[in-house]
Design a protein. Structure first.
Length: 185
């Protein structure tokens, strides 16, 4: 009798494990096409960028990435606690003032690792007049595989990533890069 009870317990445990595995594999196979694309997206020069949407300072959803007819895009990922981001901030505002009609600038705050109140203060302190967006759940920051701040992307009008810039570069380097890509628009 003990032997039958033991076999029954083992059979129930194995059956339960098999049901658990079946349910888990079903969850994995129901992955959407976009999340599969996101898993294979390599955010580097030559890759096609996704069109993304995040809320701006006024919580209005703004689209960026992807195609932007007739405009080059500069997407800058930053955080208010980031020292190098502070160094770069005045140059980003200067770039917006110089190229605003030809360059769509988006400052994407990695809000999931930042404090939104501090981020808003940062924007005010540096007088940003370009579009600042909040990545509150971190999905876009993860999609672009940003793990150092600042990280910037130059994207052409057809949505192709032309440059990935990790860290701070000088205003002159920015101008040289932007000018080289504006020639091709």
């Amino acid at each position: 009798m003990k032997k039958i009870s033991s076999i029954l317990v083992i059979a129930l445990l194995l059956g339960g494990f098999a049901i658990y595995e079946f349910v888990q594999s079903g969850k994995q196979s129901s992955t959407s096409a976009q999340s599969i694309a996101m898993q294979t997206f390599k955010p580097k020069a030559g890759e096609l960028s996704f069109t993304n949407e995040l809320p701006n300072l006024n919580d209005v959803p703004i689209s960026f990435g992807g195609e932007q007819e007739g405009k080059l895009q500069l997407i800058n990922f930053w955080a208010s606690w980031c020292g190098p981001c502070e160094l770069e901030a005045p140059d980003l505002q200067k770039l917006h003032q110089k190229y605003g009609d030809k360059l769509a600038m988006f400052g994407v705050n990695a809000t999931d690792t930042d404090n939104e109140r501090q981020a808003r203060k940062f924007v005010d302190d540096f007088g940003f007049t370009f579009e600042v967006l909040f990545d509150r759940d971190g999905d876009i920051t993860k999609l672009y595989r940003v793990n150092t701040f600042p990280t910037s992307f130059i994207i052409d009008d057809e949505g192709v990533i032309k440059e990935r810039i990790n860290g701070v570069i000088t205003l002159e380097q920015w101008e040289k890069i932007i000018d080289s890509h504006l020639i091709n628009l």
